[in-house]
Design a binder for this molecule. Sequence first.
Ligand SMILES: CC(C)(COP(=O)(O)OP(=O)(O)OC[C@H]1O[C@@H](n2cnc3c(N)ncnc32)[C@H](O)[C@@H]1OP(=O)(O)O)[C@@H](O)C(=O)NCCC(=O)NCCS
Length: 404
Amino acid sequence: MSEFELREIGEDDLDQYYDIRAQAFGRPESERESWSARVATDTDALRLGAYRQSDLVGGLRILPGGQWLEGRRVGLGGVAAVVVRPEARGQGVARQLLFSSLGWMRDHGLVTSALHPATTRSYRAAGWELAGDQATYDVPTRSLARLRVDEMQTVERLGPADRVAVHQCYGRCAPARHGFVDRSDSFWALRDSIEDEDGGFVYGVRTGEALAGYVRYQQQARSDSWGYHLRVDELVADDPHTAASLWRFLGTHSMQVESVQIPAPAVDQILLLLDEQDARPALINRWMYRILDLPRALAERGTSFAGSARLNIVVADPWPDAPAQAWTLIADAGTLTAEPAEPAGPPRRRGDLTTDIGALSAASIGRFSTRALAAAGRLGGTDDQIDVLGQIFAAPRADIADDF
Ligand SMILES: CC(C)(COP(=O)(O)OP(=O)(O)OC[C@H]1O[C@@H](n2cnc3c(N)ncnc32)[C@H](O)[C@@H]1OP(=O)(O)O)[C@@H](O)C(=O)NCCC(=O)NCCS
C-alpha cells in the first residue's frame, strides 16, 4: 500500500475533485461548473482529500447540520461525495478519510453522522449502520389528479426571491418530523441547486408574505416513451389541506407524466389521501447512521422513557479515536447520560451488555429493535437488559428527506 496524506481540498483542487467524482458517479462534464461553484461557496462544510504529493486520490465532504429526533435537535454531519480514484481503491483511502472526518465532526459539535451509501460494507466497517429507508415510490399521476380536495388552494410558481420563505416554511415544519435535517447553508445550497437545474421547479401556496407549503420537483426527459419523468424532491406543508392541494396540483401533469416519483417521507401522507394503494416502491436504499460522541449524542437526544434505568454496556468501535468502549447508560426522567465506565475499555465485564457502535446507533434512532439486534448477534445481554435498552430507545421511524 502506498502512503497518502489527508488534508483539506483547496479551491485550486476542485477540478481534480470533480474529475474523480465524475468518474466515480458517471457524472457529465456539463455539471462541472455548477458543482464546483456550489462546493466552493460551502464554507461551513469540510472538504477532505487524500493526496499523494499534489495528486488528489480521494475525497469526501461533510455538511454540518442537525437532525430532529422527536422534536429535539441533535448535531449531525452529512457525509457526501465519498470518492476514490479506481486505481487507488482497496487501499484504505476511504476508511482513513472517514475516520479523519469523524474527528472534524466531533470538534464541530456534530455528534452523529448520516450518509446515503452506495456500498454498505465500507461504511459498516467504519461504524455506520443502516438506519432508515431512502426509497422512492411511483404514484400514477391520474390518481393524484383525482384527489378530493375541498376548495383547492391557489398554487403558484416560486422563484429565487421566495427562497427565504421556502426555508422558513421548512424550518417551521421540520422539528415535528422525526429524522428530518435541520439544514445549514450547505444543506440548503444542495436543495436550492435543484431548482437552478434544467427542469427544476418549485411551486407553493402563499399566505400573505409567508408560504403555507411548497413542492420542489424535477422534470426529466424520457427516451423510452413520450412525455417526461417527474421526480418530487420534497413536499412540505404546514397543514393537511395545503399538502393535499399541492399533491393534486402535481396531478395536472397527467397528460404527459404517467407516474410521479415521490420520496419515502411523503408516502404515508399520500397513502392516506389516495382512494387506492397506488404508491408502488420504485427504488429502496437505506441511509446509514452513526453516533460518534456517545455522551453528547444521548444527552441531546434524551429519551421518551419515563422511568429510570442504569445499564453497563461495552461498545466496540473501529474508530481509533473513540473515547471509550465501556459505558454506563443512565436514563432518568427523560434525560439520557453515558458515563465512561472503569476500566475504560475491554475486555468485557461479566454482566455487561455488549454491542458495536453501529448497532447501538441504529437502535438509538429506532431502526432496529434491540431484540432484532440481539437475534442478529449484534447485541448481547440478558433479555431484561435488552428490553430496557429497547424501551430507552423506543422511537418512531426516522425519515431523512435530504439526499446528499
Ligand atoms: C466506495 C469507495 C469510496 C471505497 O473506497 P476505498 O478506498 O476503495 O475503500 P477502502 O479501501 O478504505 O475500504 C474500506 C472498506 O470498504 C470495503 N469496500 C471497498 N470498496 C468496496 C466496494 N466497492 N464494495 C463493497 N465493499 C467495498 C473494503 O473491503 C473495506 O471493508 P473491510 O474493512 O470490511 O474489508 C470507492 O470504491 C469508490 O470511490 N467507489 C465509487 C464511488 C462510490 O460509490 N462512492 C460511495 C458513495 S456512497
